[in-house]
Design a protein around this ligand. Structure first.
Ligand code: CU
Length: 258
């Protein structure tokens, strides 16, 4: 108790000193910037925009989804509604959970950061969605919907690593990423089978394929681009795409089954 009081007094003194020095009492050095600035004007006239759409296929047999073994946590066994791995999802030769994005061609242009909050949910002891796209500075809200402890361990290469526990159902916290990175891996150190991938880009031109393998990337400035498709087990592929005003460029990718 005594220590706590002393600590409070010291904190007040430090804050007063900071305020006196013009520091404004802002002691949260690594707090995320709140209230993003008003969106900048688009870097191009949307009336000139074009689109890219297409599909991702798999050549050969889609590997059978691995069964996730959750027996180490009875709460997971109880909560799980689906125990099939999300690594290989798709149907009829179409591949899901592929991150498709503009890799080259937008350098030097700036785009407003989306104010949409993207949710990464831990539900039934798995991450939903399994693959996510985000812009630099866009808010990712991480939620624990399970009545068990999860810890969210992001292991980026170009951003700051974090590792936070969420012991109680309903807990949530928000994170943003400062640098573009494809992809940021997420894992749970409690449940070894839980993983997710977050692609972080400077611009909003990305998509994640659903099980039908389809993707749409819309309202792009006209230009020549390199589009990449990323899959967690099958690697990456790129294609050159030219986008013209009012047109939708079709592009498809085919990965070879392992
Ligand atoms: Cu977990």
């Amino acid at each position: 108790m005594h220590h706590r009081k002393l600590w409070t007094v010291l904190s007040v003194l430090v804050m007063a000193a900071a305020a006196a020095c013009g520091g404004g009492g802002d002691s949260g050095s690594d707090a995320p910037a709140s209230a993003p600035a008003a969106p900048a004007a688009p870097a191009f006239d949307p009336a000139t925009a074009g689109n890219v759409s297409g599909m991702v296929m798999i050549d050969g047999e889609l590997p059978a989804a691995e069964e996730l073994m959750m027996a180490s946590d009875p709460a997971c066994v109880e909560a799980a509604t689906d125990t099939a791995s999300n690594t290989f999802v798709g149907s009829d030769g179409h591949l899901g959970n592929v991150f498709v994005y503009v890799k080259e061609g937008l350098e030097g242009q700036s785009f407003p950061t989306s104010t949409d909050v993207v949710t990464l949910n831990q539900e039934g002891c798995r991450y939903t969605p399994h693959v996510i796209g985000l812009q630099v500075g866009q808010t990712l809200n991480i939620v624990n919907s399970d009545a068990t402890l999860h810890n969210i361990h992001a292991t980026p290469a170009a951003n700051e690593e974090f590792n936070m526990g969420q012991p109680i159902q309903g807990m949530e916290f928000e994170r943003t990423f400062e640098n573009a990175e494809v992809m940021v891996p997420f894992k749970c150190d409690v449940h070894g089978w839980m993983n997710a991938y977050v692609g972080v880009l400077e611009h909003p031109y990305f998509a994640v394929t659903a099980t039908d393998g389809m993707f749409d990337i819309s309202t792009l400035p006209p230009g020549d681009y390199v589009v990449e498709a990323w899959h967690e087990a099958l690697g990456t592929q790129t294609q050159n795409v030219t986008v013209a005003t009012g047109q939708t460029a079709e592009v498809s990718f085919t990965f070879t089954a392992p």
